[in-house]
Design a protein around this ligand. Structure first.
Ligand code: NDP
Length: 402
């Protein structure tokens, strides 16, 4: 075991992008428990001035940035009497990421998280990556930029963090496959016809995790697992055939790695995002986490099932998008965002979410528009075009029964 004394006594500077969100909240909770080890450099939010200012004051941040350019006056007022610098607009979020913090949590939601995360990556920081879009929309390009700058990408998503921890048990040549677990969501045991008609309230009843609305609906369709397969492929340079999904309703094992000697190394923990975030925050050491200790005797049973690609076509489409490459994963994600918004607005049935994604992907492949991504603007442009295409296909998908 390592001797951690020297590392544990050094103060690290940290920045939290998306500090007012669910991942941001868990991160700030961990920082609150270890104030002597961390100095907050910058905090950001989209529109929530009040929560941002409260956190910036509490943690004595050096810089606070709000994405909404119209709220700069409000933020300045909320921070009056402090020495905290303020900024507003997209450029201020990028500036927050570019400031010299040792460690950055990238937890802005959506494609807006890509440029700020790249700003942290480009200066070679340790970047805890929660934002999925960085990898799903621009994975190859994002990882190349990280390698070039010597940035360390620490996966904050629980499954990828589990793989990150387990992968240390062997080398690339010895790796056979990784296994990402999935709770199966609220419709795990439902018949296809019932999933087709599922309501918003039913889709929002996640059995294990407490998360935002979008990611909870993605868990119900297993689109979230599809996004995670794509993330794993880019993060760890794995082919689609090297990534398996295993349904594990208790969500205690988050990821496993199988090696050539047939050893399978797993990471276990309660379904609490503070556990993977604590691993990223302490890395390469470990901090004392506030989460509940795992009591396997109390849990009693861990069960497993093969995923059903027929009832959950979103998972099949994730593998197809990876095999297609050249921006297809960007299209997969963008079409899903349009579909989920339409489902929430009552415009389409639950079953139509995956149909809209498939129709958008097929249209994209037929159009021959697929091309390797060479910049963040490329990814954002494909994302934008795919959203428009999905929106234009929406009326015909809404009319079509399964
Ligand atoms: P939330 O919606 O709870 O929070 C998003 C954060 O980003 C907020 O601080 C929000 O500010 C800010 N934000 C939103 N839009 C913009 C924008 N355009 N520009 C700048 N800042 C913006 O999301 P989560 O914390 O749940 O998720 C964050 C990311 O992590 C997502 O990509 C998600 O997929 C991923 N993730 C989440 C998990 C979870 O358990 N929640 C698990 C694994 C990954 P404001 O508060 O002002 O709106």
């Amino acid at each position: 075991m390592r001797n951690n004394k020297a590392a544990a006594s050094a103060v690290r500077t940290v920045t939290v992008l998306g500090a007012t969100g669910s991942i941001g909240d868990s991160t700030m909770d961990l920082l609150r428990g270890a104030r002597e080890r961390y100095q907050v450099e910058a905090l950001t939010a989209n529109t929530n001035v009040e929560a941002l200012a409260k956190l910036a004051r509490e943690f004595g941040a050096r810089f606070a940035a709000i994405a909404d350019p119209d709220r700069l006056g409000e933020l300045k007022q909320a921070l009056a009497g402090t020495r905290i610098e303020c900024g507003a607009g997209e450029s201020a979020i990028i500036e927050a990421a570019a400031r010299p913090a040792d460690w950055v949590m990238a937890a802005v939601s959506g494609a807006a998280g890509l440029k700020p995360a790249l700003a942290a990556v480009d200066r070679g920081a340790a970047v805890a990556l929660a934002n999925k879009e960085c990898l799903v929309c621009a994975g190859d390009f994002f990882m190349q930029r990280a390698a070039k700058a010597g940035a360390c990408i620490l996966p904050a998503d629980s499954e990828h963090n589990a793989l990150f921890q387990a992968l240390g048990s062997g080398n690339r040549e010895e790796l056979v496959r990784v296994i990402i677990t999935a709770s199966g969501g609220p419709f795990r045991t439902w018949a296809a016809a019932d999933i087709e008609q599922a309501t918003l309230a039913q889709a929002l009843k996640h059995p294990n995790w407490s998360m935002g609305q979008k990611i909870t609906i993605d868990s119900a369709s297993m689109m979230n697992k599809g996004l995670e397969v794509i993330e794993a492929s880019y993060l760890f340079a794995l082919t689609p055939d090297e990534i398996d999904v295993l349904v594990h309703p208790q969500s205690i094992i988050h990821g496993m790695v199988e090696f050539s000697d047939r050893s399978v190394v797993a990471q276990l923990g309660a379904p609490d995002m503070r556990i993977p975030i604590a691993h990223c925050l302490g890395w390469p050491d470990r901090i004392v986490g506030p989460s509940a200790r795992l009591d396997l005797a109390k849990i009693g049973q861990l069960t497993f099932e093969a995923p059903d690609f027929e009832r959950f076509p979103a998972l099949r489409l994730a593998y197809e998008s990876l095999r297609t490459g050249r921006g297809a994963t960007t299209v997969y994600n963008a079409a899903n965002e349009v579909a989920v918004a339409a489902f929430i607005a009552g415009q389409i049935r639950f079953g139509a979410i995956a149909r809209l994604v498939e129709a958008t992907m097929n249209d994209w492949i037929r159009s021959g528009n697929l091309a390797p991504l060479s910049s963040a603007d490329d990814a954002i442009s494909i994302d934008h075009n795919a959203r428009n295409k999905a929106a234009s296909l929406l009326p015909q998908i809404a009319l079509k029964a399964s």
